[in-house]
Design a protein around this ligand. Structure first.
Ligand code: NI
Length: 172
Protein backbone atom coordinates (compact mmCIF):
# COMPACT_ATOMS: atom_id res chain seq x y z
CA UNK A 1 0.00 0.00 0.00
CA UNK A 2 1.29 3.40 -0.97
CA UNK A 3 1.78 5.81 1.93
CA UNK A 4 1.51 9.56 2.08
CA UNK A 5 4.89 11.36 2.15
CA UNK A 6 5.22 14.22 4.64
CA UNK A 7 6.42 17.53 3.26
CA UNK A 8 8.91 19.75 5.11
CA UNK A 9 8.38 21.60 7.41
CA UNK A 10 6.80 19.00 9.68
CA UNK A 11 7.76 18.34 13.32
CA UNK A 12 7.90 14.58 12.62
CA UNK A 13 10.79 15.18 10.19
CA UNK A 14 12.85 16.73 13.00
CA UNK A 15 12.63 13.85 15.48
CA UNK A 16 15.28 11.31 16.46
CA UNK A 17 13.70 7.93 15.67
CA UNK A 18 13.63 4.94 18.00
CA UNK A 19 15.59 1.74 17.28
CA UNK A 20 13.61 -1.26 16.07
CA UNK A 21 13.83 -3.95 18.77
CA UNK A 22 12.08 -6.90 17.16
CA UNK A 23 11.04 -7.55 13.60
CA UNK A 24 7.37 -8.22 13.05
CA UNK A 25 5.11 -8.84 10.06
CA UNK A 26 3.81 -5.34 10.63
CA UNK A 27 7.32 -3.87 10.24
CA UNK A 28 8.00 -5.99 7.15
CA UNK A 29 4.74 -4.72 5.65
CA UNK A 30 5.81 -1.19 6.52
CA UNK A 31 9.11 -1.75 4.67
CA UNK A 32 7.24 -3.12 1.62
CA UNK A 33 4.90 -0.12 1.68
CA UNK A 34 7.89 2.22 1.85
CA UNK A 35 9.51 0.57 -1.18
CA UNK A 36 6.26 0.83 -3.12
CA UNK A 37 5.92 4.50 -2.11
CA UNK A 38 9.57 5.20 -3.05
CA UNK A 39 9.37 3.55 -6.49
CA UNK A 40 6.07 5.27 -7.20
CA UNK A 41 7.36 8.75 -6.28
CA UNK A 42 9.84 8.01 -7.96
CA UNK A 43 12.82 8.23 -5.63
CA UNK A 44 15.98 6.31 -4.70
CA UNK A 45 15.52 6.33 -0.93
CA UNK A 46 12.89 6.78 1.76
CA UNK A 47 13.05 6.88 5.56
CA UNK A 48 10.21 5.86 7.90
CA UNK A 49 9.77 9.34 9.46
CA UNK A 50 8.93 10.64 5.97
CA UNK A 51 5.70 8.66 6.19
CA UNK A 52 5.20 9.64 9.83
CA UNK A 53 6.62 6.49 11.45
CA UNK A 54 9.31 7.41 13.98
CA UNK A 55 11.32 4.18 13.81
CA UNK A 56 14.80 3.49 12.49
CA UNK A 57 13.95 2.03 9.09
CA UNK A 58 15.08 3.12 5.63
CA UNK A 59 14.70 1.70 2.14
CA UNK A 60 16.80 2.48 -0.91
CA UNK A 61 17.53 1.42 -4.47
CA UNK A 62 20.03 3.51 -6.39
CA UNK A 63 19.87 1.43 -9.59
CA UNK A 64 18.55 4.03 -11.98
CA UNK A 65 19.47 2.73 -15.42
CA UNK A 66 16.59 1.48 -17.51
CA UNK A 67 16.81 -2.29 -17.93
CA UNK A 68 19.16 -2.88 -14.99
CA UNK A 69 18.03 -5.25 -12.24
CA UNK A 70 16.56 -3.34 -9.31
CA UNK A 71 18.28 -3.73 -5.96
CA UNK A 72 15.84 -2.85 -3.20
CA UNK A 73 17.50 -2.64 0.22
CA UNK A 74 15.57 -2.63 3.48
CA UNK A 75 17.61 -1.49 6.49
CA UNK A 76 16.48 -1.62 10.10
CA UNK A 77 18.71 0.27 12.56
CA UNK A 78 21.26 1.28 9.89
CA UNK A 79 24.47 2.74 11.21
CA UNK A 80 27.55 4.22 9.55
CA UNK A 81 30.51 2.54 11.28
CA UNK A 82 33.29 4.05 9.16
CA UNK A 83 33.58 6.81 6.59
CA UNK A 84 36.31 7.85 4.19
CA UNK A 85 38.21 11.12 4.48
CA UNK A 86 37.69 11.52 0.77
CA UNK A 87 34.46 13.36 0.03
CA UNK A 88 32.00 13.52 -2.81
CA UNK A 89 29.62 16.26 -3.88
CA UNK A 90 26.17 15.32 -5.15
CA UNK A 91 23.19 17.42 -6.07
CA UNK A 92 20.71 16.04 -3.56
CA UNK A 93 16.96 16.15 -3.45
CA UNK A 94 14.39 14.69 -1.08
CA UNK A 95 10.86 13.37 -1.49
CA UNK A 96 9.88 15.53 1.51
CA UNK A 97 11.27 18.63 -0.24
CA UNK A 98 9.93 18.20 -3.77
CA UNK A 99 11.68 19.80 -6.74
CA UNK A 100 14.45 21.42 -4.68
CA UNK A 101 18.03 20.38 -5.25
CA UNK A 102 21.36 21.47 -3.80
CA UNK A 103 24.94 20.28 -3.65
CA UNK A 104 25.91 18.50 -0.44
CA UNK A 105 29.40 17.27 0.49
CA UNK A 106 29.63 13.92 2.28
CA UNK A 107 32.17 11.13 2.77
CA UNK A 108 32.64 9.28 -0.52
CA UNK A 109 32.75 5.77 0.97
CA UNK A 110 30.94 4.47 4.07
CA UNK A 111 30.69 1.14 5.87
CA UNK A 112 27.16 0.52 7.06
CA UNK A 113 25.68 -2.11 9.35
CA UNK A 114 21.99 -2.92 9.55
CA UNK A 115 19.42 -5.63 10.13
CA UNK A 116 17.74 -6.86 6.97
CA UNK A 117 14.13 -7.84 6.31
CA UNK A 118 14.82 -11.38 7.57
CA UNK A 119 16.47 -10.21 10.78
CA UNK A 120 20.04 -10.93 9.62
CA UNK A 121 22.81 -8.54 10.57
CA UNK A 122 24.51 -7.18 7.47
CA UNK A 123 27.50 -5.03 6.68
CA UNK A 124 28.46 -3.49 3.37
CA UNK A 125 30.70 -0.80 1.93
CA UNK A 126 28.91 1.78 -0.18
CA UNK A 127 30.47 4.16 -2.68
CA UNK A 128 29.29 6.99 -4.93
CA UNK A 129 25.55 7.58 -5.19
CA UNK A 130 24.77 4.62 -2.88
CA UNK A 131 26.98 6.13 -0.16
CA UNK A 132 25.35 9.54 -0.50
CA UNK A 133 21.86 8.04 -0.49
CA UNK A 134 22.37 5.82 2.55
CA UNK A 135 23.86 8.77 4.51
CA UNK A 136 20.98 11.02 3.46
CA UNK A 137 18.43 8.42 4.62
CA UNK A 138 20.19 7.72 7.94
CA UNK A 139 20.21 11.50 8.55
CA UNK A 140 16.40 11.39 8.36
CA UNK A 141 16.38 8.98 11.33
CA UNK A 142 18.19 11.67 13.33
CA UNK A 143 15.84 14.46 12.31
CA UNK A 144 18.29 15.90 9.81
CA UNK A 145 17.47 17.01 6.26
CA UNK A 146 19.87 17.74 3.40
CA UNK A 147 18.94 21.42 3.58
CA UNK A 148 20.45 21.49 7.08
CA UNK A 149 23.85 21.35 5.31
CA UNK A 150 23.10 24.53 3.37
CA UNK A 151 23.65 28.15 4.33
CA UNK A 152 20.76 29.55 6.45
CA UNK A 153 19.56 31.90 3.72
CA UNK A 154 19.24 29.14 1.14
CA UNK A 155 17.58 26.84 3.69
CA UNK A 156 15.04 29.53 4.62
CA UNK A 157 14.28 30.16 0.96
CA UNK A 158 13.56 26.47 0.36
CA UNK A 159 11.49 26.21 3.55
CA UNK A 160 9.35 29.17 2.48
CA UNK A 161 8.75 27.53 -0.90
CA UNK A 162 7.66 24.35 0.84
CA UNK A 163 5.30 26.27 3.14
CA UNK A 164 3.74 27.83 0.05
CA UNK A 165 3.48 24.40 -1.64
CA UNK A 166 1.73 22.96 1.42
CA UNK A 167 -0.76 25.85 1.51
CA UNK A 168 -1.51 25.32 -2.17
CA UNK A 169 -1.98 21.56 -1.70
CA UNK A 170 -4.25 22.15 1.32
CA UNK A 171 -6.46 24.38 -0.79
CA UNK A 172 -6.62 21.99 -3.76
NI1 NI B 1 15.20 12.67 1.98
Amino acid sequence: MKRNILIHPDPRLKKVCAPVADLSDELRQLADDMLETMYDAPGIGLAAPQIGVLERLIVLDCVKEEGETPRPLVMFNPEVIASSDETNVYEEGCLSIPEQFAEVTRPKVVDVTWMDRDGNLRQETFDGLWATCVQHEIDHLNGKLFIDYLKPLKRQMITRKMQKLKRERARA
